[in-house]
Design a protein around this ligand. Structure first.
Ligand code: ADP
Ligand code: MG
Length: 489
């Protein structure tokens, strides 16, 4: 368990390529059976969502998972009808979902087989009760099988080509590309961080795909932090930390996604730290993502935090309007139905939370357009997306109003709190106060406090001023209207 064991990666790479995971198979077999059951549980949840409750209850729920061998996942059905129906109608979907759910912990699944099991007709030669350890599936990872396994969790759509670059993500994109393209270790570690749904996972997969294509011999391992912990805990439980370490020591590029989830778990942190050091010292590329910068990662040991920040740290900012629109346009372009620019602009204005939600909204619009066969208007889009729009208008905070207004008038956000009274600064500040009064439920004194501790009378005055000015000043009225619709609609 000490870091020393990891200090000579080259030696171990040779070992591990001769006999990958050579020991521990018997013991792992038992564990794999319960893993298989756990994975099957997840497959069930996904199926239920995908095919609906009724069909799931009828066809999928009664199935039992019995074994996974030679890439075939065997399921048991208790009637001929069920077997036929599942094989003909659900096998493909089951295979895809199972591959995704099982990919990280068990061998790859190429086929689904449904067997009939009812009393006497039980499967002939090999009786297999789930609790029977001797029939637990064998897990034999060959090197190549393992490497295709490694790629199994990667989303084929997450490539550099499909990544739209804008100001908020250009740095992250550039360093990700550099890292993927350079044969030598570029930045170590590369640390990507940003809020949820902003493209961290996309960029990591893109790096993996690129390396895979450009230099197929380099071994890339992509893994969520949770999976990392999962494997580690499993290794601990079966006193199999050696093969755990070997697995990591033999990679050229290690990517751990969402590393914040390692926070707080001491032994995993420790192990992660050693693995990390060993790889970096051995000249392997390490790529990390998290929702916060290294220094802000709570519950993480100081030495690990500071170590994580040694290489290149690149953040992804929330997508701005231009980027949101760009992403929508590029995704809409490949869609089978055309969505009017106006509608896309409307969406880009109003769905500000993150790119994932933006994608979801577009998919909903597209699905509707295809079903109805009528053109989508702003009104119908607003109706279709009502829940999302409400959700984002609920999020209106004084903070976001200040940022938005500052950006609109091209003044610093700090001017919102400053004492400066020049017109070109005071006016935007008043607009922001006016919007705060109109879009939030805060009182005048509350708002005053959030604008650098101003008096409530100042806020009242601002609201009155903007109200009356916008009656005579068309430009101002337009600005206010636009800001309002962007912020809350
Ligand atoms: P994160 O890992 O940061 O939570 P993801 O990488 O999962 O976010 O991104 C969420 C979704 O948004 C994915 O479907 C991804 O393809 C898409 N996405 C994010 N940023 C971009 C971008 N710049 N261009 C195209 N798609 C993007
Ligand atoms: Mg992610």
């Amino acid at each position: 368990m000490s870091g020393d064991m990891l200090n000579n990666p080259d030696e171990v790479v040779a070992n591990s390529s001769q006999k990958p995971q050579s020991h521990g198979n018997d013991r792992l077999g038992v564990e794999d059976n319960s893993l298989m059951q756990a994975c099957w549980g997840r497959v069930n949840q996904r199926m239920r969502k995908d095919i609906g409750d009724a069909a799931w209850r009828h066809w999928i729920k009664p199935l039992r998972v019995s074994r996974l061998e030679d890439g075939t996942l065997t399921l048991e059905a208790d009637s001929t009808l069920a077997r036929e129906r599942v094989s003909s109608q659900y096998a493909d979907r089951l295979r895809v979902i199972s591959s995704a759910e099982f990919s990280d912990v068990l061998p790859v699944i190429r086929r689904i087989e449904v067997r009939l099991v009812n009393g006497q007709q039980a499967v002939p030669n090999k009786p297999h009760r789930l609790s029977d350890q001797s029939t637990a599936p064998k897990t034999e990872f060959s090197a190549s099988q393992e490497s295709s396994d490694l790629m199994a969790g990667l989303d084929p759509r997450y490539t550099f080509a499909n990544f739209i670059v804008g100001k908020p993500n250009e740095l992250a994109f550039a360093v990700a590309r550099r890292t993927a393209e350079s044969e030598k270790v570029a930045f170590n570690p590369l640390f990507l961080y940003g809020g949820v749904g902003l493209g961290k996972t996309h960029l990591m997969h893109a790096i993996a795909w690129h390396i895979r294509q450009q230099s197929p011999s380099r071994k890339v391992l992509y893994l969520s932090a949770e999976k990392f912990m999962y494997r580690f805990v499993r290794a601990l439980r079966f006193r199999d930390t050696m093969s755990f370490k070997e697995q990591f020591r033999s990679v050229d590029v290690l990517m751990i996604d969402d590393v914040q989830f390692i926070s707080g778990k001491d032994s995993t942190q420790e192990e992660f730290f050693h693995t990390f050091n060993a790889l970096v010292e051995g000249g392997r590329q390490v790529i990390i993502s998290a929702d916060k910068s290294p220094t802000d990662l709570e519950g993480m040991e100081e030495r690990l935090r500071s170590r994580l920040g040694w290489g290149m740290v690149a953040d992804i900012h929330p997508a701005d309007y231009e980027l949101r629109l760009g992403i929508l346009q590029s995704k809409a372009e490949h869609a089978p139905v055309k969505i009017a620019d106006k509608v896309l602009e409307f969406m880009a204005h109003r769905i500000v939370s993150n790119v994932r939600e933006l994608e979801g909204a577009l998919n909903r619009i597209l699905a509707h357009a295809m079903l109805i066969g009528r053109e989508i208007t702003i009104e119908s889009a607003a109706e279709l997306l009502a829940d999302l729009l409400r959700a984002s208008s609920r999020q209106v905070s004084v903070d976001s109003i200040q940022k938005r207004v500052a950006a609109h008038y091209d003044v610093r956000v700090s001017e919102m709190f400053s004492a400066r009274r020049a017109r070109n600064i005071a006016r935007p500040r008043q607009v922001a106060m006016y919007l705060a009064k109109n879009l939030t439920s805060l009182s005048y004194p509350d708002i005053g406090r959030q604008f650098g501790g101003r008096d409530h009378t100042t806020v009242m005055h601002a609201v009155k001023t903007i109200d009356s000015l916008s009656k005579s000043d068309g430009q101002l009225a337009e600005d206010v209207q636009l800001l309002k619709s962007i912020l809350a609609g």
